[in-house]
Design a binder for this molecule. Structure first.
Ligand code: AMP
Length: 216
């Protein structure tokens, strides 16, 4: 299964990708995570990307295309992968086509998570993740069952993203509508688009994704 998760920041791409990893036993390829890891590792790409990411703008197409192409060549991607946060521009979407064609595989579906803007801002402002396993939580909407401990691994350390603040979020939304939302029409025309109601409860969204991925 080769899948794209498409949707604005806060639409639940990461949360749903985590569940799909378990279900389909394929890796999640999050360009945001890869760039953040590169920034922590202090590579030239990472250091350059960090300033752009913190401001909520997009890293250049060439950089992310190369990162994804290299990652897809790794053995764990042989049976498929979930692209989370990539492609984000029409240039990147064209690059994916070319990349996959060159590797002799094709995209199965693009799941679009639809969420109202005011909900996105609320979700992003309060979100945090477990440092140990990456499970996502929210200050009010999705707290761990036991205060201060991760439901999944019991970890007690959590982190918040520097770009999950009001200013960067406004920029990220503008960038989404200007550069990324044209991909909805692009994939609709290619008959790949599977819209899903991302406003529903997390479990219900997972169920709907499962049902739209039930290929003939
Ligand atoms: P995300 O974790 O997907 O919200 O991405 C965080 C930030 O990483 C974005 O705001 C961009 O600065 C950068 N980024 C992630 N994916 C891409 C991409 N496909 N193209 C350009 N920039 C990206």
């Amino acid at each position: 299964m080769r899948l794209i998760l498409l949707g604005p920041p806060g639409s639940g791409k990461g949360t749903q990708a985590h569940r799909l990893i378990e279900e389909y036993k394929i890796p999640q390829l999050s360009t945001g995570d890869m760039l953040r890891e590169a920034a922590v590792a202090g590579t030239e790409t990472g250091i350059h990307a960090k300033t752009i990411m913190d401001a909520g703008k997009l890293v250049s197409d060439d950089v992310v295309n190369k990162i994804v192409s290299d990652r897809i060549d790794e053995p764990d991607c042989t049976n498929g992968f979930i692209l989370d946060g990539y492609p984000r521009t029409l240039t990147q979407a064209d690059a994916v086509e070319e990349m996959l064609a060159g590797k002799g595989v094709q995209l199965d579906a693009v799941v679009e998570l639809r969420v109202d803007d005011e909900v996105l801002v609320e979700r992003v402002a309060g979100r945090y993740t477990c440092i140990n396993c990456g499970t996502g939580y929210h200050d009010t909407l999705n707290k761990p069952k036991k205060d201060g401990a991760c439901d999944n691994c019991g970890g007690t350390e959590f982190k918040r993203r520097p770009d999950d603040n009001a200013d960067a979020m406004r920029t990220r939304l503008q960038v989404y509508y200007k550069d990324t939302s044209p991909l909805i029409g692009y994939y609709y025309a290619k008959r790949k688009l599977k819209p899903v109601d991302g406003m529903a409860e997390i479990d219900d969204v997972s169920r709907e994704i499962h049902s739209v991925l039930d290929f003939d």
